[in-house]
Ligand binder design. Structure first.
Ligand code: BGC
Length: 707
């Protein structure tokens, strides 16, 4: 059917399909004015009413109105496709992606994607710009909050689960197309500065940076968004190696490619396209199907085709993919598919959705330090201070469909639960507190400081060079320490931070941005109704100079052999040890778990063979709880240098107090494979060490040989 449709389309109609604009352009009142941005962009109503997709609508009513107006004018009645950023929830907001990854359980991502798809689809959206599968290693980059952290294994698992969760059809028929982003290597922006230069080798590209997008493509993501940044000097949006060789030829991707916001036009600023016309030519030649926000295609492709500079086949191939996407998403059958003001009332912020958000939030909390002060004693008198105590803005970055007003602050939840409090007051520095407040602090048994970053300090275009706590917050902390009371720090932040100023506190609880039910989940964890099970998906550096610091670094010819007594000509700093302050996968529980009795069923494996690995895990109490068992590998000899240790598999399980379980893993050739710079996937025979444990310390080891 779509092939037939393509034949009927004029060149103008085809080019229209490649354009995506904001709904603003199709709203009646503005059209009459035909001024402002419409004029600036050199658009007319014919062009506007030929476009193929829309970026962002607020609700079903708005979508229906726009679709109706558009279809009235559309000769071939090709429906508009509505896309938007649904990143960690639509109205019901879930923890931010970095927090989702802290759960170390990809099933949480699937839950989030399903609820998001339900809510967003009834509100008129068909495709979301999620998941962000950028591989990250630099906490200065504001967008690490949108990422799944530094492990390529976790990244791949979470990206896959998100794509499947969005795209799976639900009972009411709801689903969303996924658009994985930002292809490729956006997370490698130099110095963590957003939009900055990227220089990544092909070996690192294939082994690390592509991992997340590759899994999303395998999970059949409908679309992929290009990065603002460069690969080998060429902007990703017009990069033929990435868009044609890797994506189409190697991976067989048949879905749609979309530029990032204005990123086709920005190839001019990169100095790689001469002007808009050249950008249009470069984009279509590279295989970029949809141009977001800028209008190089809309204003220049017609002329380029007519002059023979761009072959019509290139346009047809892109249009066909877009029509196929619309067909797949059910838009030809029903241009309003999903949108329902009635269902919006029923679904949005449904109690079941909020309960799911709370459950994920509980699983995402990472207990980083605890000398026994947590869980809080039942009748302890508490004082709550710091900038976020009475704050309801817990949704975090990239949650603009959600509203914070219905969230509870931590103080609200403490009051509701009748906790004894001598003080619960927000303040960022000493002078926000009065002498009476000081008296109230002195009267408390335990001081809880709710510290960290404002939600505006992470996300796109929010990079930082200083990732320590602000001075005012440190002064508050020092005041609390001076009072000689047990001190608990709750952190809210969108990135790993340098925490040197608060290391001597009694407990640190990392909560990131937990969404609609943040305060409930934090309270439950503080009082022991939830046993924390989250782990850090990124290393926390001891200082800025250590960055990048991550667990799966490569071998060096001069490693530090004895950290207590390092040699002179070894790979190290003179003023700081190599280990981060808090390692990847660090996270405590209120229980003690032990992992024992590691067994492999054989110590040699042929290429088509597999090894069964078994290990016992015990919860020694005193609480029931979840724990994650991690399986790392070290490959001792390969054609290229590989990481000293690399996470390959994990399992999160629940254990009652005193319970022991046997956990099984299967090691196959797949776990031993890696990529060469030309993109081929290979393995080498030889020795491997497998390491199993619940964090990076005290791992049990066994050896096997691939023969
Ligand atoms: C961001 C994308 C986002 C797009 C549309 C861009 O600025 O980089 O991640 O999907 O805007 O909102």
């Amino acid at each position: 059917m779509i092939e037939e449709l393509l034949k009927q389309m004029t060149l103008k109609e085809k080019i229209g399909q490649l354009a995506k604009l904001s709904p603003y352009f199709l709203i009646e009142e503005l059209e009459k004015e035909a001024a402002g941005p419409i004029k600036e962009l050199n658009l007319d109503t014919e062009k506007i009413f030929s476009i193929g997709s829309i970026l962002g609508v607020r609700n079903a009513e708005e979508m229906i109105k726009i679709q109706e107006r558009y279809l009235k004018r559309s000769r071939l009645k090709i429906p508009l496709l509505f896309m938007g950023d649904v990143i960690h929830g639509f109205k019901t907001i879930f923890p931010v992606p970095l927090a989702i990854a802290s759960s170390f359980d990809p099933e949480t991502a699937r839950t989030i994607a399903r609820v998001s798809a339900r809510e967003a689809n009834v509100s008129g959206l068909h495709l979301t710009f999620s998941p962000m599968a950028d591989f990250v290693r630099d906490p200065r980059w504001g967008r690490v909050v949108e990422s799944f952290g530094e492990s390529k294994y976790l990244l791949g698992e979470f990206a896959k689960a998100m794509v499947e969760g969005y795209q799976e059809e639900q009972q009411g028929g709801e689903r969303l197309g996924a658009c994985v982003k930002h292809f490729a290597c956006y997370g490698a922006s130099e110095g963590g500065r957003d939009y900055n230069t990227v220089d990544v080798s092909r070996v690192w590209l294939h082994n690390y940076y592509l991992s997340g997008y590759r899994e999303a493509v395998k999970a059949k993501t409908k679309a992929i968004m290009t990065a603002f940044t460069l690969f080998e000097g060429v902007p990703c949006t017009i990069n033929r190696y990435l868009l044609r060789s890797v994506l189409r030829e190697d991976w067989g991707f048949e879905g749609v490619t979309i530029s990032d916001y204005d990123s086709l036009q920005e190839t001019i600023k990169h100095g790689v396209s001469l002007n808009q016309e050249d950008a249009a030519k470069n984009g279509i030649a590279a295989g970029l199907d949809i141009e977001m926000a800028s209008v190089c295609y809309l204003n220049h492709l017609e002329k380029l085709v007519k002059s023979g500079e761009v072959k019509i086949e290139l346009i047809d191939e892109a249009v066909l993919r877009i029509l196929k996407l619309k067909e797949d998403l059910g838009l030809f059958a029903d241009p309003y598919r999903g949108a329902s003001p009635k269902k919006e009332k029923e679904y949005l912020m449904h109690p079941d959705h909020l309960a799911k958000s709370e459950a994920v939030a509980r699983d995402a909390i990472v207990l980083m330090k605890n000398n026994g002060v947590l869980p809080l004693r039942k009748n302890a008198k508490l004082a709550l201070i710091g900038p976020f105590v009475t704050n309801r803005l817990t949704n975090g970055p990239w949650s603009w469909h959600g509203y914070n007003d219905e969230n509870n602050s931590l103080a609200d939840v403490f009051i509701k639960n009748n906790r004894q409090m001598t003080l619960a007051k927000s303040g960022s520095d000493l002078n926000d507190y009065t002498p009476e407040d000081l008296q109230a602090l002195k009267a408390a048994d335990i001081i809880i400081l709710y510290l960290g970053e404002d939600r505006k300090l992470s996300g796109e275009a929010h990079s930082l060079t200083n990732i320590s706590l602000p001075d005012g917050q440190v002064r508050l902390y020092q005041l609390a320490r001076k009072l000689d009371k047990p001190t608990v720090v709750i952190l809210q932040n969108g990135r790993p931070m340098v925490l040197e100023d608060i290391l001597d506190c009694d407990a640190i609880m990392e909560t990131w941005f937990l969404g609609s039910r943040s305060s409930e989940a934090i309270h439950q964890t503080l009082v022991g109704e939830n046993n924390p099970s989250g782990k850090l998906p990124m290393s926390f550096p001891a200082n800025i100079g250590q960055i990048p610091v991550y667990h799966d670094h490569l071998l060096t010819g001069r490693p530090v052999t004895d950290p207590e007594n390092p040699g002179e000509y070894e790979s190290r700093y003179l003023d700081q040890e190599n280990n981060p302050r808090f390692k990847f996968a660090h996270g405590l529980s209120y229980s003690t778990f032990s992992v024992t009795d590691l067994r492999l069923d054989k110590d040699e494996m042929e290429k088509d063979d597999q090894i069964q690995l078994k290990v016992r895990i015990t919860n020694h109490g005193p609480y029931p709880g979840k724990e994650t068992i991690l399986l790392f590998l070290t490959d001792h000899f390969a054609r290229i240098s590989l990481p000293v240790i690399e996470l390959k598999q994990s399992q999160k399980i629940f254990l009652k107090t005193g319970e022991t379980r046997e956990v099984e893993f299967t090691i196959t050739l797949d776990d031993t494979m890696y990529y060469l710079g030309d993109g081929s996937r290979v393995y080498d025979k030889g020795d491997f060490t497998v390491h199993v444990g619940t964090n990076m310390e005290n791992l049990l080891n066994a050896k096997f040989r691939l023969i």
